[in-house]
Design a protein around this ligand. Structure first.
Ligand SMILES: [Zn+2]
Length: 478
């Protein structure tokens, strides 16, 4: 058993009776094969159209078939058949690399609507990146590699896996796998990513050094007369001491943030900002567009262990709530465009919303009276806001450590998204952070167009100027 990469940690259920000839898993496998065959038939039909190629007879049916294929199961059975998932991936890999289908897409006469032209282009890019323009020999080689990689259960042979990815990159015409992956992201190429990380580390160094000195001082102060120098194993303890001295006392602060009420207030704050209304519904909220009264979907509340929230949990709650709303507020007519957001921009709205967790007005709005019936005092709010730079320093230090240790390609994306997030938040932080006019503009220019526009264009449309990394770099130089 292994985690299913597409559906998180869901495991493959075992048949209740291994000797039985007919198990639920077998039934699902049959259903799965039938769905794959049906999908294949639909694409085949698109391939064999005689009429002149149009958006309506070629791109639209492709979009529909793929969307339906992705929704082929109810959530309950979606997670249950791992073999099916692999077979479906093989089917997708082969179909998206299909040169006849690609040639058909190329022949589509230019659609009248820009959004339809965008969708056509996204499909052309996807198919090209899947190998549709390769020679038959190269394509077989590529698909064989994908097939093997999707079935590798352990990664003990990491070097072999790495060379398979590099080999696929070469087949597709890229120098490295990193070049291939980044070509479809905002970051564009490994050199830009490395330069970005290096600049961040250079700028961060003085702040990190100053913080290390503070840690040493805090540790020394706790040592009384013995004056033992701080050792690596003492750092965690020193961090605790420093946090207690510099930041707010968590146990004191959380009395104004009961979990249930705070989550509800965070959602209603965001709803007010983005022109939505929400109604409690089980473990979350039904989200409705205030203007059109249209139901947009369901936003779950994060699961928390405790009955009150720490500041870190409030930050996380703003982030995940915005992640949920981002999905509901993507408003292009095509699922592919709603979802085709580059991986290094997708988290920018969630990251941006973390900013509200440090805004005095927002904090006052999401706080509740404590058990004694007292509202949160202003000096507690001020202390929370003032503790942000320490929180950021810790967080950034950790992220940069991850980025260096884990290979820049896979870990830079959250940092890159943070650059966008910090710049986007300047629109809110420069005036009244909860101004619904700015929220509406954010929804219209960033969330609604989702993957139908280049992220840099969306940022330009929202801010009225190109992206600037200044707000991000300011975090490193308090
Ligand atoms: Zn997120």
């Amino acid at each position: 058993m292994r985690p299913n990469p597409r559906y998180g940690l869901a495991m493959i259920p075992q048949p209740p009776n291994p000797g039985a000839r007919f198990s639920p898993v077998l039934l699902l496998s049959l259903l799965c094969s039938a769905q794959i065959a049906l999908f294949h038939k639909k694409l085949d039909a698109i391939e064999h159209i005689r009429a002149p190629r149009t958006f309506a007879n070629t791109v639209l049916p492709l979009e529909k078939a793929v969307t339906e294929f992705h929704h082929r199961y109810t959530p309950e059975i979606q997670v249950s058949v791992d073999d099916c998932e692999r077979a479906a991936n093989d089917e997708n890999a082969a179909d998206f690399a299909n040169p006849t289908l690609y040639a058909a897409l190329l022949k589509v006469s230019p659609p009248a609507k820009p959004i339809d032209a965008t969708l056509t282009n996204v499909w052309l890019t996807t198919m090209k990146r899947s190998g549709a323009t390769l020679t038959p020999q190269q394509r077989r080689d590529l698909l064989q590699n994908k097939h093997v990689l999707s079935r590798i259960i352990d990664i003990y042979n990491a070097q072999a896996v790495v060379s398979m990815y590099e080999h696929m990159a070469h087949i597709l015409g890229y120098a490295t796998w990193a070049d291939f992956v980044l070509a479809d992201r905002v970051a564009k190429n490994p050199m830009r990513v490395e330069k970005f990380l290096q600049t961040s580390i250079d700028l961060f160094k003085p702040a990190a050094d100053a913080q290390y000195q503070q840690l040493k001082d805090a540790f020394a102060a706790s040592q009384g007369r013995r004056k033992r120098a701080m050792q690596p194993q003492d750092v965690a303890h020193a961090e605790e001491l420093l946090a207690k001295r510099n930041s707010v006392d968590e146990t004191q602060v959380r009395q104004w943030f009961p979990a249930g009420a705070t989550h509800a207030k965070i959602y209603s704050l965001l709803a007010g900002l983005f022109g939505l209304s929400i109604a409690p519904n089980g473990e979350g909220f039904t989200v409705v567009d205030s203007a059109s009264k249209r139901r947009l979907g369901f936003a779950p509340i994060p699961i928390v262990q405790d009955t009150t929230l720490t500041q870190a949990e409030i930050v996380a709650a703003f982030h995940t709530s915005c992640d949920s709303l981002r999905t509901l507020l993507a408003a292009t007519p095509y699922e592919t465009l709603n979802e085709h957001v580059p991986a290094d921009f997708a988290d920018a709205p969630g990251e941006m919303c973390e900013g509200f967790a440090w805004d005095a007005t927002a904090l006052r709005q999401i706080a509740s009276d404590n058990a004694a019936g007292q509202p949160i005092p202003d000096d507690v709010i001020n202390k929370i806001v003032a503790s942000r730079s320490l929180y950021n320093t810790y967080e950034m230090q950790q992220r940069l450590k991850d980025a260096q240790a884990g290979g820049a390609l896979y870990v830079y994306a959250p940092l890159w998204a943070r650059v966008y997030a910090d710049d986007l938040f300047t629109a809110f932080s420069s005036g009244n952070a909860l101004d619904p006019a700015i929220g509406a503009r954010f929804r219209a220019t960033i969330l609604a167009p989702a993957g139908s526009l280049d992220p840099d264009t969306e940022v330009q449309n929202f801010l009225g100027r190109p992206l600037s990394p200044d707000a991000f770099y300011k975090e490193f130089t308090p």
